[in-house]
Design a protein around this ligand. Structure first.
Ligand SMILES: *[C@@H]1O[C@H](CO)[C@@H](O)[C@H](O)[C@H]1NC(C)=O
Ligand SMILES: *[C@@H]1O[C@H](CO)[C@@H](O)[C@H](O)[C@H]1NC(C)=O
Length: 407
């Protein structure tokens, strides 16, 4: 594998810590299974119970984890998410499956949520998992012992959460006098000209000067239903329960939600809401930090109309095939720059809720399976006005007993 030659290279060159991106390897392994058949099989046999044997050999029956049927784009189902009130649930997309529910909140309710958030106060959104204490992980993915522009861009994206375009990289090369022979590649000898602290200082300064280059620019706050007795928050819980038809215990645990405000140029580059490296326990089932964030479904509600921009983009939706490397190399996860290249976009509309499933159903267990890679999504930059949304995730794990409170 390319990683081995890279590790010798970078150790001799930069004496920097080269940590192999385990997550990337896992994703590649997942993809070999192919996601295609999962689209065809999801939902077949929904009625069947799942038998989970207990220690004494007895069988406890679980219902399958429900994934609503989309049927086809444009399909409309009537749902009663509030007593005596009919709502429409429209199938917006099939790959990934996305539903749109207009008027999920009334205008007054949207304003009320924004008010709740403002009273609490919002903080700048931060992305995690970027450990800057060690060296720089050089992503020489093709193992040719030099970094192409794409490899340098990804090195900086994955190490610093900073999304640069070619022009920014050229500027970095020239200011640090990196690319001596101007061939667009940074070789071992060229890399040696710059110290790790020097390179880091340059990038950290860039983050400070141009925060818009970060993956995410927004502010947010968390609302915990069990810490407020606002009737709207309670009603929200009920609406989600009726909409998703998932067991109450799954709706009522991990029930906090997030209110996010995007100002001018505010955006969030493409990401997955959930992970499926089930070598780690799901975070909602354990106390410790080494865990995977497991969010079966996402419900997002637009709380205002945006004057211009701020679409929710799904850059690889409906793509014939999907390849993680091709996607990351293409740069289109940088929605701040390349929103127009996204395959699918939703326009914010005050009160409309959007529901999608981040995971497939595992046909063996009938419960939560692998991540639907086509759910890469994010927020396009706000061009005019501001954008307010709320995000609510429904946590699930691969183990029905954990989610249903049997263990
Ligand atoms: C999208 O589909 C096309 C056609 O199959 C393919 O060439 C391209 O690599 C795909 N994109 C990604 C990100 O996998
Ligand atoms: C489904 O679950 C089984 C049992 O946990 C597991 O062995 C298998 O790898 C899973 N399949 C997929 C496609 O994730």
């Amino acid at each position: 594998m390319a990683f081995h030659s890279l590790s010798t290279w970078s150790q001799t060159v930069l004496s920097c810590l080269l940590l192999l991106a385990a997550a990337i390897t896992t994703l590649q392994e997942d993809l070999e299974g192919g996601t295609k058949h999962l689209y065809q099989n999801a939902n077949s046999d929904k009625e069947d119970d799942i038998c989970v044997s207990k220690d004494d050999g007895q069988c406890t029956k679980f219902k399958r984890l429900l994934r609503l049927e989309g049927h086809e784009v444009g399909h409309i189902q009537e749902v009663e998410i509030q007593d005596g009130k009919k709502h429409l649930m429209k199938t917006f997309n099939m790959k990934p499956l996305i539903f749109e529910i207009p008027d999920f909140f009334t205008e007054e309710e949207c304003d009320r949520i924004i008010e709740l958030a403002e009273v609490q106060g919002l903080q700048s959104s931060v992305t995690h998992n970027h450990d800057r204490s060690s060296g720089i992980r050089l992503l020489d993915r093709d193992g040719d012992r030099k970094l192409s522009l794409t490899e340098m861009r990804r090195t900086i994206e994955e190490g610093f959460d900073l999304y640069l375009v070619e022009e920014d990289l050229k500027k970095l090369y020239s200011e640090l006098d990196l690319d001596v022979n101007q061939d667009g590649f940074i070789s071992k000898d060229e890399m040696q000209r710059v110290s790790v602290p020097q390179m880091k200082a340059y990038l950290l300064n860039l983050i400070k000067e141009k925060p818009v280059k970060k993956s995410r620019m927004s502010s947010q706050t968390w609302i915990y239903p069990d810490r407020t007795n606002d009737p709207l928050v309670e009603s929200f819980q009920q609406r989600i329960s009726r909409l998703t038809q998932l067991p109450d215990i799954m709706i009522n645990s991990n029930s906090y939600f997030q209110v996010v405000r995007y100002g001018k140029e505010g955006h969030y580059n493409a990401h997955h809401d959930s992970g499926d490296n089930f070598n780690y326990p799901c975070c909602h089932t354990v106390e410790h930090k080494k865990c995977e964030i497991c969010r079966y479904a996402t419900i997002m509600v637009y709380l205002n109309n945006v004057e211009e921009g701020g679409e929710t983009a799904f850059p690889v939706a409906n793509n014939e095939t999907y390849d993680e490397e091709i996607f990351r190399n293409s740069g289109i996860m940088n929605l701040n720059q390349y929103c127009k290249h996204a395959n699918l976009k939703l326009f914010p509309k005050k009160g409309t809720a959007v529901l999608w499933y981040n995971h497939f159903i595992n046909e063996t267990t009938g419960w939560m399976g692998s991540v639907d890679k086509f759910t890469w999504h994010g927020g396009c930059p706000v061009i005019k006005g501001e954008k307010w949304i709320m995000n609510r995730w429904i946590a699930a794990s691969p183990d029905p007993k954990k989610d249903l409170g049997y263990s």
